[in-house]
Design a protein around this ligand. Structure first.
Ligand SMILES: Cc1ncc(COP(=O)(O)O)c(C=O)c1O
Length: 475
């Protein structure tokens, strides 16, 4: 493919956009339990207007765009008061939860580089439910991770965490709530433990930081997780999730500016402009920041409380419905809007495929550390009003899944490994061929592939996924 010699007509391009996105999920359909946070057309259209207005402004330089400081500091002020912080709490706007977590981990690393230069091999202790972004941070910033299995209720195990602390531990984290099972870790105990050992504690409230205070106001039991706990040093909270601002919007907050300083980067030893980056990105659109500021002000507290009430109702309906399907069981009691369920008798990967055929998106999680493969749901505003249909389809899909064969591809792959050795799994081409995948396209039924991945050790899953992805992203 080459750049067209002369430009195409707009209609032609719009036609192509329609064609290329025809298989993408429809975020406003109410059938998607993840990825999309749709506030409804009124807020969405308003957000688009603001986003478009600031699309090409560059939030890189607040001396050229002083509005960056205004929008960003306003958002920090709003979020710190939402999250039990005092006037000392500072923070920044980032592109997403992952960037917020990367920055907090980097700040902790650099803080201890200064405070404890004797630590040569810094360690981070994480519950097994902690988001993958922490492991990405460890991978990027050269930190060793210690993963502590969660308790049977899927919350972080404080005692095992205590026993995992070493002279090298610099940071610990917990989630409010965890993405996986939607439960809130015992942040009060974990952060006290961290404080007692002068270890940095980060609360990952990417999912819950905005919504949990509303759930509390609705009378739900919400354990403390925010800056009201004296040993929480940093916290991540995403706005592009339950605050419904356009994607590319999260905040990383710190107890004080002294801690936050370690997140930043400034450089003047080159021939170009003075580079001062509070966050990871440099040149970036002002669109997400301005739109986040605008959406929060447009929606207002009462709207978010109303949204929270509706979501809570939907969670209760879905939870009760799943409990009534005898083949299914919930892994944990959901404390917000995220839950996971599994089956001891039916292949859950078939259930997912069957639901997919009916236009629903529900997400698989592979088995890990004794936790069986399961189905995750992030319940959202757009799912409200669709719960009855969802549950009746789910019931039907469980029945259909029962009749489908399992383990065929897994048997083929096991034989291959027996014959050729596990190295065969490094060959993306051969794997994709057996799985019936073509470059740039995933098969409609993923169950056989998911069964194989689920049966393999996590290191092998990762190798395969990297190989396959490496081959997918090629023209
Ligand atoms: C608890 C938690 N932390 C971090 C993240 C990462 O956020 P993002 O996908 O915006 O990078 C997520 C995403 O779902 C999450 O649920």
């Amino acid at each position: 493919m080459h750049l067209p010699e002369t430009g195409h007509k707009k209609e032609e391009i719009f036609g192509k956009l329609d064609e290329y996105t025809s298989k993408d999920v429809d975020g406003s359909s109410g059938r998607i339990f993840g990825y999309v946070f749709d506030p409804g057309s009124d807020i969405l259209e308003f957000a688009k207007q603001v986003y478009a207005r600031f699309l090409s402004a560059n939030a890189l330089d607040f001396t050229v765009y002083p509005s960056v400081l205004k929008f960003e500091n306003d958002l920090v002020a709003i979020m710190r008061s939402h999250l039990g912080g005092d006037d000392e709490v500072v923070g920044n706007f980032t592109s997403g939860g992952t960037e917020s977590i990367l920055l907090a981990v980097k700040a902790a690393r650099d803080y201890y580089r200064q405070q404890r230069p004797d630590i040569e091999r810094p360690e981070m202790i994480l519950p097994s439910s902690a988001h993958a972004a922490f492991h990405k941070a460890a991978h990027y910033f050269g930190i060793h991770t210690v993963t502590v299995p969660v308790l049977p209720n899927f919350k972080a195990d404080v005692e095992k965490t205590r026993r995992s602390i070493t002279e090298n531990t610099i940071i610990m984290a917990g989630s409010a709530p965890s993405y996986t099972q939607g439960v809130i870790d015992p942040i009060a105990e974990l952060s006290e433990l961290a404080g007692a050992h002068d270890i940095w504690f980060h609360t990952d409230a990417c999912m819950g930081g905005f919504l949990l205070p509303y759930f509390k106001r609705l009378g739900r039991p919400v354990a403390d997780f925010d800056f009201s706990l004296r040993n929480v040093r940093s916290l991540s909270v995403d706005l592009h999730k339950y605050a419904y601002t356009p994607k590319g919007a999260s905040m990383v907050l710190y107890r004080n500016a002294g801690l936050r300083r370690h997140q930043m980067f400034a450089f003047t030893r080159w021939l170009g402009y003075t580079m001062i980056n509070p966050t990871i990105q440099s040149t970036k659109s002002l669109g997400p920041l301005a739109a986040a500021w605008a959406v929060l002000h447009y929606a207002g507290d009462a709207t978010y409380l109303d949204f929270a009430r509706k979501k809570l109702q939907a969670v209760q309906e879905i939870k009760a419905g799943i409990e009534q399907i005898p083949e299914l069981y919930l892994l944990a009691e959901p404390e917000m809007t995220l839950l996971s369920f599994s089956s001891k008798t039916v292949n859950i990967f078939h259930i997912i495929d069957e639901m997919n055929q009916k236009g629903w998106y529900i997400q698989p999680s592979f088995s890990f550390q004794g936790v069986p493969a399961n189905i995750h749901l992030s319940i959202n505003l757009s799912n409200v009003g669709k719960t009855g249909l969802f549950l009746s389809d789910l019931k039907q899909c469980v029945e259909k899944a029962k009749a489908l064969p399992s383990g065929e591809l897994l048997r083929v792959v096991s034989k291959m490994i027996e014959k050729e050795g596990a190295e065969i799994l490094n060959q993306a081409g051969s794997l994709m061929a057996i799985a019936g995948m073509q470059k740039g396209g995933v098969p409609e039924r993923m169950a056989p592939i998911n069964e194989v991945l689920d049966a393999l050790p996590p290191e092998w899953r990762e190798k395969i996924l990297l190989e396959v992805t490496n081959s997918f992203f090629q023209p």
